[in-house]
Each structure stands twice: as C-alpha cells, then as structure tokens.
Design a protein around this ligand. Structure first.
Ligand code: NAP
Length: 311
C-alpha cells in the first residue's frame, strides 16, 4: 500500500468502465495500493466480480453507476463521489470500445457513436472532475489511448481517429493544467486480452457478427441485399492477424501495473508543475511500433506495418 496519504483521509481514485478488462484490473490495482477507488460502470448488474473480490480481499472499492455517453449520469456519479469523499486525486478514463472496418462502410451514426464514447465521454468526465482537482491544486488524469493512437492501423480508421483525438487533446491539456499542478498521462497499450475483441463493432450493413464463431469466423458477410464490402480483403487479412494476436495477448493486469508505475513516477516528482512523463507504452507490440514510428520515415513505417498486419 504505497499511496495512503495520512490517517485522516485516503487518496481517492475514479475509474470509468470498471466492469471488466483493463478498467476492472486498474480499479483492483489502485485499491490494493491504498486508493479509495470509485469503480464506475454503466451497468451495475456487472458489478458482481469486482464486489466479490472487494469483499474477499477487504480492499477499499465503492461501485458507482456511470455511462460516459450521458452527461446526467456522469454528473450524478461525480456529485455523489465528491459529497461522499470530498476529493478526486486520480482519474482513469478507460471506458471505450473498438469500431473496426473500412471508413466507407460505416454509417455516420456508427462513427459518431464511436467518438461519443471514446472521445466525448472522456472529455465530459474530465470537465466534471477538473473543478475539484483545480481547487485541490493537485491530481493526475490518466487517459487510456492505444497503439492505435500512435499509428493509424489498417481497418481501424475510425477507432484510430478517436485515439489520435485523445492523444492530441491530452497533450494540449497538459499545458493548460500545469499551473494547477494537475498532471496528464497517456497509456498506450498494444493488443491486450479482454472482451474488447468480443465487443468489436463492425459495419452493420456489410457484416454480421456470429458470437458463436471463433476468431475470423465471427465475421459473416451480411447476406441481406447489399453488395460485399470493397474492402473485404483488407478487413479479413487484418482481422486474421488481430484474432491471432489477441489469442496470445497479455492479461490486462500489465496495463494496471503500468498505471500504478506512472502514478508513482508522477507522485515522486510532485514538487514540479511539469509532468515527468506524458506517454507510457504497454506490451511488446506497442513498444516496438512506438520506437519504429520515431525511427522510420512514414513510407518505411507504412511498408513495415502492411507486411506485419496484412499478410
Ligand atoms: N484490449 C485491447 O487490446 C486494448 C488495446 C489498447 C487500448 N484499449 C483501450 O482500453 C480501454 C478498455 O478496453 P478493454 O480492453 O478493457 O475492453 P473491455 O474489456 O471491452 O472493457 C471496456 C469497458 O468500457 C466500458 N464501456 C464501454 N462503453 C461505455 C460507456 N458508454 N459508458 C461506460 N462504460 C463503457 C465497458 O462496459 P460494459 O461492460 O458495460 O460493456 C467495459 O467496462 C478502451 O478505451 C480501449 O480502447 C484496449
């Protein structure tokens, strides 16, 4: 337990999308490290796993309902948390999902919905938390980006766009928040083994997802009277790579561990207003492509990524 402040009060952490995957592991890791952790989720029926671990380990986790697509839901949860605990020291913006497919195949509604959750949801939560952090003159905002936020990935034009938006926004925000000693960290995981893969959204007018299918077989061409996607070849090649990578991908606890590491780094430098780190990559794939993105020309990187991902 490394982050308890004093006997009077604990540091308070808020995590979005805590029902499963990276959000669940991060909530547990924060609580195990002494943070009073407000684990939020849009569907409280999914709180059984976190509640049962909380009880078993006797760790400080409180569950709150929060749908990041909804202003009222965010406002209600944060008001309750502030009324109850009076502060928020750490915010982990984790809630999100993947919209995979060719840009031309999506409806605008599908793309807007992707931005609603992955970008506007995150901004809404930040706007609601900032008045408290500003008054405290302290706080750490951790935004879960992705390897797709550091390089555009084939068949992820919409998803990559949301993660690039999170990257640019976070980088700019770090300057705005410096005078208030609030730090911003971007976490860039590679492929991580979570239910992200089961919850992938594909262009619904081109494909159907067969939940009983395995890997690429989950993707069934939509047999209604619509022509096959012009991008079917790229989509199938990419998803073949992706499902294979997912089957060997690391457990989400490696992301949680890196988040704790990031908080430690920033807390050790709490006397400076400048954040000592902005980006933390997680996983061998993310580390590899992050380095190559810096070392190679755009054209060299493009050729390399194509040969790795679209065999
Ligand atoms: N897994 C990967 O390979 C990977 C790689 C890089 C980055 N990421 C990022 O990591 C984050 C977490 O993903 P994950 O891998 O842990 O996936 P996951 O297991 O599918 O978890 C996603 C979480 O987000 C929640 N969520 C989705 N929409 C929401 C909304 N409108 N309001 C509140 N919660 C919402 C989900 O809630 P429900 O349970 O109700 O659906 C779930 O708790 C995402 O931002 C994702 O983009 C994932």
């Amino acid at each position: 337990m490394i982050f308890v402040m004093s006997n009077e009060y604990r540091k308070v952490a808020l995590v979005t999308g805590s029902s499963t995957g990276i959000g669940l592991e991060t909530s547990l890791a924060l609580a195990r490290n002494g943070f009073l952790t407000c684990a939020t989720m849009r569907d409280l029926q999914k709180s059984k796993e976190i509640e049962s671990i909380t009880q078993k380990e006797n760790i400080p986790i409180k569950v709150f309902e929060m749908n990041v697509d909804n202003d009222n839901s965010i406002n209600a949860a944060i008001t309750k948390i502030i009324n109850e605990y009076g502060r928020i020291d750490i915010l982990v913006n984790n809630a999100g999902y993947g919209l995979f497919g060719a840009l031309e195949d999506f409806t605008m509604d599908e793309i807007k919905k992707q931005f609603e959750t992955n970008v506007f949801g995150l901004i809404r939560v930040i706007q609601n938390v900032l008045p408290t952090m500003r008054q405290q003159r302290s706080g750490i905002i951790i935004n879960i980006s992705s390897m797709s936020g550091l390089a555009g990935i084939p068949s992820q034009s919409a998803y990559s766009a949301t993660k690039f938006a999170v990257e640019g926004m976070s980088e700019a925000l770090s300057y705005e928040l410096e005078p208030f000693r609030i730090k911003v960290i971007l976490i860039e995981p590679g492929v991580i083994n979570t239910k992200f893969v089961q919850d992938l959204v594909v262009p619904t007018n081109k494909y159907e997802v067969d939940k009983n299918g395995d890997g690429i077989n989950q993707l069934v061409e939509n047999n209604k009277d619509v022509p096959l996607s012009f991008y079917n070849d790229t989509m199938k090649k990419f998803l073949t790579f992706y499902f294979k990578a997912m089957s060997k991908a690391p457990h989400p606890r490696i992301v949680a561990d890196e988040i704790i590491h990031g908080i430690e780094l920033v807390s050790n430098e709490s006397n400076t207003t400048t954040c000592p780190i902005l980006r933390l990559t997680v996983g061998n794939d993310s580390k590899k492509y992050s380095k190559l993105k810096k070392d190679l020309t755009d054209n060299e990187f493009h050729i390399l990524l194509k040969s790795d991902l679209l065999k």
